[in-house]
Design a protein around this ligand. Sequence first.
Ligand SMILES: [Zn+2]
Length: 402
Amino acid sequence: MIISKGFKYKLRLTKEQESFCDQTAGSCRYVWNKGLALKKELWEKKKQKLSRFDLVKLLREWKKGLDWLSLPPSQSLQQTSKDLDQAFSNFFHGRGYPKFKKKGIHDSFRLPQGITLMEQLSKKVGQAKLPKLGIVRFTKSKELEGRIKHVTISKTCGKWYIAFNCEVNIPEPKEIAQSKVGIDRGIKTFAQCSDGTTIQGVSPLKGNLKKLAKLQRKLSKKKKFSSNWRKTKQKIEKLHYHISNVRKDFLHKTSTQLAKSHGLIVMEDLKVGNMSKSSKGTKENPGKNVKAKSGLNRSILDQGWYTLQNLLSYKLDWRGGRLILISPKNTSLKCRICGHIAKENRVKLEEFQCVNCGHTENADLNASINILAEGHSVIACGVETVVSTVKQELLIRKPMAV
Ligand SMILES: [Zn+2]
């Protein structure tokens, strides 16, 4: 079985290479923002779409007027156009609206072709030849496997990194875990499994909110672009990086554990993108409970449910298992014993109390068992929701065979 796997290393760039990377990331950002503004305008005014081919054509036009746009590898700029197109199609599939990129936030660019891995300089130092950048060195913290498909160069906390995306051949799974589980995702408990186990989540953002707010206040008092302003800004960036690492680590460990233990996992299709959308609403239709909802939003984003879903789906794939998403309708209102559906079953927040048969149970556990049962009936009917292929920063899962 061929899977996509990412290998990320810290780059050891020369001063010239660093400024070249800054320039390239800047040019890609320019192309993204300009393309996004155009797409937005066309869609809002004329309901017209701009295809990726139109964008690539436009790119050629922009280059004519701007010399500096010809300096970076043209494949990186074309890739940006493609990524923008992808971001829009993700948006039409229920994910968030593409955002304008800001300097210093997720600076990156991709190189789809012309990458040659070279002989290592030493045990710890790897080398690769890249278009226009030449030979770059990187700290080889782990072995690289498979065939390189493309690389992404990105900057985090002032340091540049290289991520090789490779096609790796892994053996077909010999034994598929037979265990089946339904998972109810919650705010208080990260996940309740139908077998009775619970997984407590981590909320690194929540834990660091005060610290973050303090730093941001400090930043607002500093003179913009002064050296102290830069220092504080770097501290904020580092904190964000730390938060995202804690979250990523937790999600990777949890998903690996779950995928190892179960051959079938059923979860609700929560369309997290929709749930975590701005709770403020629009002028004509202002949102209700803005404060409560934004708390919920933060919690959803903080816990990374969407990421968990994606990680689970490809990790299960690797092991011959599968992830099934079911409609969340009534899963928390239905009694798992007698099947009675009523709002009155949920008078208490944490406890389920069936008004028909008197069954009482932890509400999340009752829901998770319903979720598993719904998964079974979905399989029996043959109408599964295929988990959409979503690009991951480090890993891209292959489409699920149904
Ligand atoms: Zn009942």
